[in-house]
Design a protein around this ligand. Sequence first.
Ligand code: SF4
Ligand code: SF4
Length: 511
Amino acid sequence: MFEQMIEKLSHDLNILSQSLASFVTPLNMLVLIGALGLAVQAYIGLAFFISSIWEKERRATFFGLLQFLGMFGLLLFYLFLAWVGFFHQTIGLVLLIAGYVFTGVAAFFLLRKTEPNEKALQGSKGLICGDVKRFDEREQVFARNRTMRPGSEQYDMFYKEHPEYEAFDAKRREKGGPIGHPGIIDRPHGDANVAMTLAGQSMCLNLSSPEMVTPEPHFFLKERLEKGKVELSPEDATVKVKGYARHLGAALVGITEINPLWLYSRRGEIFHENWEDWGGEVSLDHPLVIVIAEEMDFDLVGPAPHTPTVIESMQNYAKGAYISTQIAAFISNLGYSATANHLRHYDAILPPLAVDAGLGELGRLGYIMTKELGPRVRLSAVTTDLPLITDKPVDIGAHDFCIICKKCATCCPSRSIPKEDDPHEHNGTLRWKLNDETCFDYWGKIGSDCNICMKVCPWSHARTFPHRLVVWLITRNKYVRRIFLVMDNIFYGRKPKPKVPPKWAEYRAKK
Ligand code: SF4
Ligand code: SF4
């Protein structure tokens, strides 16, 4: 009985292997691989369709469905042709080989890494084209309109030195300053959102006293540290600092030497009535900076320029304050010096430092463009003398993409973002210079921080599988950038509309 079973099994296997051998011909293999290629494309189309539903992008969902049905239909048609033996006829074989040649050529041109942007690989040094004058924080639009009090000694001193701003700023203050009347765009329904926004702002303020920003070691450790600093190799310290920052909620962390050009020359923003600091020279003994990026939530950036987006900005500034002050305290507890930089205390301008720390490139909209999240981030930092391993600047293809894209400039309601193809010189640097005066005036008018430019940027999409794939491709290849820019306009529109916010951040009361 057992022998009969073995004999039958071996007979069946023999027949199966003969059938497989007759099937495994070069032509059948070509047909099978072609079917697999189409199946992969249909799968990507399906993934994009599902991703668009999850992202609540109606237009992209429609086009995603079309794309999926198109690819799936093509796959079925191909399988039908294979079934009826079309590829065994001359015409079928020619078409199959033509398909392979076309796919091979397309893959060669679209998947290879095109020439690198050498300037991007130099970091912020690659932007410098002349003499760079360090920026005086007192001239910054917020410092002029938020810190300065009419009638004060500082007010008189500043406008004596800068009469060009006085009439302009006085008129702006009449309207409510650069933040205007918070939430005016959504009033009366968005008042809860304004309350949340200001809660985040208070958190930043509470974490900005001199003791929080440049902390002393914890008193438990003082005796221990008198005997010497905690010994850590730069490698170990880097692992701990980056790991701790991520654990606290940082999305990205990079480290670089501080280029002193990006330090403010004089202090201009005052929050704790320490007016003796106002106008004081900003000097720093720290050679390194840890730059931290916090992710702006996709669902809350989508309703920009409405108030949900400013809740998210402020929550991320608060998160940056929370992370940077704890990292500074951690470093101080090791016996080194550290200073947190966040919304209510900056020694330096952070975007160029983020570029040097390898977080991304500067985009047309004036923010850092990261590979992981596009411009959908807020920055904070910690300067320190703790020895750490530095990161290198990166080329992610953002500069090349920004030259052709201009979507942020097209959508900016205050026309604050330049539309020229190439960047121009500004204070010794070659970059697209955001007009922060007109941008902040628009903030004042609507009472939110707008964020339309961040929302419409093709790099800002949620990082679901299809978007990750697109980002991987556009960071490698300049031809793919051009293709996906056209596709972005088709799938999301040239001027995307504000998205519906989550229920808890609604700005329209239900009827
Ligand atoms: S919207 Fe386009 S031009 Fe503007 S920052 Fe994004 S990629 Fe660059
Ligand atoms: S925040 Fe708004 S107003 Fe300012 S640059 Fe961006 S899109 Fe323009």
